[in-house]
Design a protein around this ligand. Sequence first.
Ligand code: GEK
Length: 244
Amino acid sequence: MSIDKDDIYRQPLDQVSDFQFDERVVRVFPDMIRRSVPGYELVLELLALAARQFSQPASNIYDLGCSLGAATLAMRRTIPHSDCRIIAVDNSNDMVQRCREQIRRDNSIVEVDVIVADVLDIDLANASLVVLNFTLQFIAPERRAALLQSIHSGLRPGGVLLIAEKLSFADQRTQQLLDQWHQGFKRSQGYSDLEIAQKRQALENVMQPDTLETHQQRLQQAGFNHVCQWFQALNFAAVLARKD
Ligand code: GEK
């Protein structure tokens, strides 16, 4: 797939509407996420290693909010069990169409189903590994706990959930400092101040980050026995939650 450069917010807009994962975003998505999320590529590399370590024979691996399938592809290439199946889910039809093309071009053995669905409507079963790679932040906050409970009940014993997210911070100084640092990261990736401001406005009602403490507490309440942080770059972090 040829990757177009993200120029969606380059020109001044009369009105900035809410961000949507539509055809326009699909076209530039790989460039957009790499230039917006510090450490995105490293997280993918580590997900590939996680798939090697945590996938269990004859189990399902879920990639919830799969976009173009970057995490699915990374994991597919390292899962050592040919009888595993990856179920990749996204509620954007445009994303899923393009994701299916990407998967078709890859000839790894593990089977992949790419499904258009809301992750809140999925019945997970026989899972050894579930990935929410920068997806939970787009789910309505009041529905996040129920989603984690349903993931917990769909996991096998020893199963693992990996969540990567943008964080918010209770401490205002930390919030400001990391926000500014993140803006500096985006500038260094070639985004102008106007692009940064318009994208931020578009995401305001759509993406709602939680604090690390909220993530940890909610995972424990959902029944996970072990929760630990495994990554942070500026205001982006990732946690592992394991079911005994
Ligand atoms: C990656 N994981 O490249 N149900 C299903 N999908 C959803 C829902 C929902 N309720 N809400 C949002 N999405 C990917 C990156 S992007 C992160 C994930 C970002 C989908 C949405 O359509 C989009 O494709 C994805 O979640 C979030 O590893 O753009 O920052």
